[in-house]
Design a binder for this molecule. Structure first.
Ligand SMILES: Cc1cc2nc3c(=O)[nH]c(=O)nc-3n(C[C@H](O)[C@H](O)[C@H](O)COP(=O)(O)OP(=O)(O)OC[C@H]3O[C@@H](n4cnc5c(N)ncnc54)[C@H](O)[C@@H]3O)c2cc1C
Length: 465
């Protein structure tokens, strides 16, 4: 070892011999791909990236990070907009090789590895006509999404992803392997259902599955931007009190230059409703009808289609490689004035890539008590997210300012809460707001499982003293 080698260097070298997976160093083939995140704003260079093949590799990596006091980060699908999955100068555990999915059709359960993406998960479970609530973009990782709560098109019918989680395998900061479920380590299991990556490295997730598909009635309805206020009011009235099977994402965006997403000239703003009926397609026709029979839509693409196709519909519009900043808030209701504020801000999109979207909560999501899982926002009716997306680093400030100004203007209508998984790089107060009333209890669980805060590259919960 040269005199100038940083602390931990010999151990990092020997880590290569201790794991079945790869250990990538700067300059190695694959190093840059492994450190790349969905959000191009984040460009970090870990000293080493471990790509575990199994639990033993994860234990070895956690032990090295703890013993050498290395900054440690954990990467699933790499989609988190805040970009905590990769660190500068430390050790990143990239779980992408642990992407196994094992369905038990008889029990209607599935076990999946922490590197699994929702597209792979849906592919495997749909072979048996089964699904669980998962992300609406197929390239998002199951790991980060699940640990933050997990909202998707099935959530109003079957609850959030965490409501379908049966158990978890995890490697703690001490390198110990533990199982967490309602029966075993229930405090940890509670915290993992909304507490993010604060408690260890998850090496396996078990979920409940439900019969879905193969076809579901779903698709986009597009309206002109000029009708945005009317369309959004109609959307609100329709989803409020709709059956649990009905879900709808509403958004305002601009037609992209090279996509079939809109029957519009590139750059033209439009409103879109992505309506889904999570049941038999024939039952959905009547349920979705009110959303399809008003105004003068540009296009109505609601039709029976494979569930796996629904789960890919948004993937193209959420391509990686752009600079991104999100500002998201929950709403207990969506009054007319709030809709006006959103539409006014959409009139001032800083680029054709900017958009705003509303998620519909309610149904089974809200029938769970807010302290039953670490995810606390069970009283929210909607979330609204300003999604700034752009390419030129010189205009970072303008795009962030636009998203922040929409969030500020919505303050009279929003709750104090925010979805953990939609936080950008934001203040400690906003991180605390994501944990809401469950924050103190999470701090206590953190003190038990990670008292020295080894897992700090996340929306951090500091251990209770
Ligand atoms: C295009 C896009 C679409 C999205 N759609 C949805 C959606 O439909 N519904 C929804 O709820 N959310 C959605 N999200 C938000 C998503 O839930 C978060 O971005 C989530 O963190 C992504 O998980 P990941 O594994 O891909 O992320 P990563 O960036 O890899 O991980 C995020 C964090 O999770 C933790 N983590 C990851 N793996 C592990 C592990 N094995 N053990 C312990 N901690 C770990 C780490 O703290 C890490 O920093 C979307 C995000 C994007 C960018």
């Amino acid at each position: 070892m040269s005199m100038s080698s940083p602390a931990g260097e010999p151990t990092l070298r020997t880590l290569t011999g201790q794991v079945r997976g790869e250990v990538l160093r700067p300059g190695d083939d694959g190093y840059d791909a492994a450190r790349t995140l969905w959000n191009a704003m984040i460009d970090r260079h870990p000293r080493a990236i471990v790509r575990p093949r199994g639990v033993a590799d994860v234990i070895a990596a956690v032990d090295v990070a703890r013993e050498q006091d290395l900054l440690l980060s954990v990467k699933g699908g790499g989609h988190n907009v805040a970009g905590h999955a990769v660190c500068d100068g430390g050790l990143t555990i990239d779980c992408s090789n642990m992407d196994w999915v094992r369905v038990d059709p008889a029990e209607r359960t599935v076990r999946a590895g922490p590197g699994t993406l929702w597209g792979d998960f849906d592919h495997e479970t749909q072979a048996f006509g089964l699904a669980t609530t998962g992300g609406g973009v197929s390239t998002t990782g199951i790991a980060g999404l699940t640990l933050g709560g997990g909202n998707g098109f099935l959530a109003r019918k079957y609850g959030l992803t965490v409501d379908n989680l049966r158990s978890v395998d995890l490697v703690t900061a001490e390198g110990e392997f533990v199982h967490a479920s309602a029966e075993e380590n229930p405090d940890l299991f509670w915290a993992l259902r909304g507490g993010g990556g604060n408690f260890g490295v998850v090496t396996g997730f078990d979920y409940d599955l439900h019969p879905i598909g193969p076809d579901v009635l779903a698709g986009r309805i597009l309206h002109p931007f000029d009708d945005a206020v009317t369309v959004l009011r109609r959307y609100r009235d329709f989803v409020t009190g709709a059956p649990d099977e009905v879900n709808c994402l509403a958004g305002i965006a601009s037609a992209p230059p090279d996509s079939s997403a809109a029957d519009l000239d590139p750059g033209t703003k439009f409103v879109q409703l992505l309506a889904v009926y999570a049941g038999a397609p024939e039952d959905g026709e009547e349920a979705l009808q009110p959303l399809r029979t008003f105004g003068d839509p540009i296009a109505d693409r609601v039709r029976p289609r494979p569930y796996t196709e629904l789960q890919q519909l948004l993937t193209e519009t959420a391509a990686p490689g752009y600079r991104n900043y999100w500002k998201s808030d929950y709403l207990a209701a969506l009054p007319d004035d709030a809709i006006d504020v959103v539409v006014e801000h959409c009139d001032q999109f800083p680029s054709d890539l900017s958009s705003v979207f509303f998620e519909t909560m309610g149904g089974a999501i809200n029938r769970v008590e807010s302290d039953m899982t670490a995810f606390p926002h069970r009283d929210a009716a909607f979330s609204v997210t300003a999604w700034a997306r752009w390419t030129d680093p010189a205009s970072d400030g303008d795009h962030r300012a636009w998203a922040q100004s929409l969030s500020a203007a919505m303050k009279p209508y929003t709750t104090d809460g925010v979805y953990l998984n939609f936080l950008s790089q934001e203040s400690a107060e906003r991180v605390e707001a994501a944990y809401g009333d469950n924050h103190d209890r999470l701090k206590t669980v953190k003190a038990k499982y990670d008292p020295n805060n080894l897992f700090k590259m996340n929306q951090n919960i500091t251990p209770a003293q």
